[in-house]
Design a protein around this ligand. Structure first.
Ligand code: ADP
Ligand code: ZN
Length: 353
């Protein structure tokens, strides 16, 4: 088992191993007076609730289950309120623990509910998608959506622990797995050329998957430790994300996050290559790795429509926006653009579907 310590305002450990969920009781400590609220979605519930319940049975604690519909629409005020009412009905108190058992949707909603219920109770992340394991379950960002935009209401709330168990990934749809790879590719391009190069060989992915997940997590850990509240270096993790969000919005979320990120990353890379920053060999490698993992790279909409969304984006800092540029694979930095400058930059990177 690999353990990664995250030294932030509320330090915690991330446990990574095939079957690590079976150790959850020992690792969080057996305490009968503590009870668990498990937040999960219908798919994960039917596939794995028994596995989690068995793993928790050693604690002899009461377990209450709250199940939501799968999908982004579940990150809603309605679900938040129902979950809070449910916890109040069960008289959940500050000794008790919420377990977010599922993908990013469950993690974001659960983390936010835990942040505000009785001014905060502990929560544990048990991510069951690749995307949530390598990215969203780490770092304490929690949120729900407003009708206008994703993640508009939320808080920084670090979990008490994270359990990354590869056994859950066996049932993940290929498409969802590919979306997770979109974020994995992001980590390679951002910080680690060797990691990136490992991703070129899809055939060997299976045997390498656990070290790859652990590497992404430790790269994210380093950034989060330095900039827990996203005021500086953490913004690097938004590589390709300003375009990605606009794609998700215009598509009405029919284009999934990981795919939108792949398109965003490629467009930024093309812009960097056309302006002489990124060597063309690296651009080719980025395109190849995206295609290897069955992810798209071409912009599906008109750049001007996407820019309109970006101008309204919550990441907007006054009249400027920070975009992440690629010097070479493994070497990236933040650059401030005004919106016209950014549009100009992206025009270089336009390769329409
Ligand atoms: P993400 O982690 O990509 O943000 P979601 O929370 O929306 O994603 O989960 C994506 C989809 O995958 C949902 O339909 C969810 O029910 C499903 N899912 C989550 N974990 C698993 C799993 N281990 N096996 C199969 N399907 C899963
Ligand atoms: Zn992302």
């Amino acid at each position: 088992m690999k353990e990664i310590l995250v030294k932030v305002s509320k330090p915690y450990k991330i446990y990574i191993d095939h079957g690590v969920i079976d150790k959850i009781s020992d690792l969080v400590g057996v305490d009968r007076s503590r009870r668990f609220v498990v937040l999960t979605d219908k798919n994960v519930d039917s596939l794995y609730f028994e596995t989690l319940a068995k793993a928790l049975s050693k604690t002899k604690s009461d377990i209450f289950k709250f199940v939501i519909e799968p999908g982004e629409d579940s990150k809603s005020f309605d679900n938040l309120i129902s979950l809070l009412e449910f916890m109040a009905d069960k008289d959940i108190n500050s000794k008790d623990v919420l377990i977010a058992f599922g993908g990013g949707v469950v993690g974001d909603l659960g983390g936010f509910a835990a942040a505000i219920y009785r001014r905060g109770i502990d929560y544990i992340q048990v991510p069951t998608t690749l995307l949530a394991q390598v990215d969203s379950s780490v770092g304490g960002k929690t949120a729900i959506n407003l009708s206008r935009a994703k993640n508009m209401v939320g808080s920084f709330n670090q979990p008490r622990a994270v359990f990354c168990d590869r056994q859950f990934l066996h049932t993940l749809a290929d498409d969802e797995f590919a979306c997770g790879m979109g974020e994995v590719i992001k980590y390679g391009i951002l910080f680690d050329r060797d990691l990136f190069l490992k991703l070129m060989d899809r055939g060997r992915l299976d045997e390498n998957l656990e070290p790859i997940i652990a590497r992404c997590i430790s790269l994210k850990r380093d950034i989060v430790e330095e900039d827990e509240f996203d005021t500086g270096k953490r913004q690097l993790l938004n590589l390709g994300h300003s375009l990605a969000h606009s794609i998700e919005v215009i598509s009405n979320h029919t284009i999934k996050h990981g795919k939108a990120v792949a398109i965003g990353i490629y467009t930024v890379a093309l812009g960097c290559a056309k302006s002489g920053l990124l060597p063309s060999g690296d651009l080719e490698l980025i395109k190849e790795v995206i295609q290897t993992h069955n992810l798209p790279f071409k912009l599906p909409y008109k750049l001007s429509d996407m820019m309109e969304i970006i101008r309204k984006d919550k990441k907007r800092r006054g009249d400027y926006i920070n975009e992440i540029l690629i010097r070479k694979i493994g070497d990236t930095y933040l650059e401030q653009f005004d919106f016209d400058g950014l549009e100009e930059f992206f025009k270089n990177g336009v390769s329409h579907a």
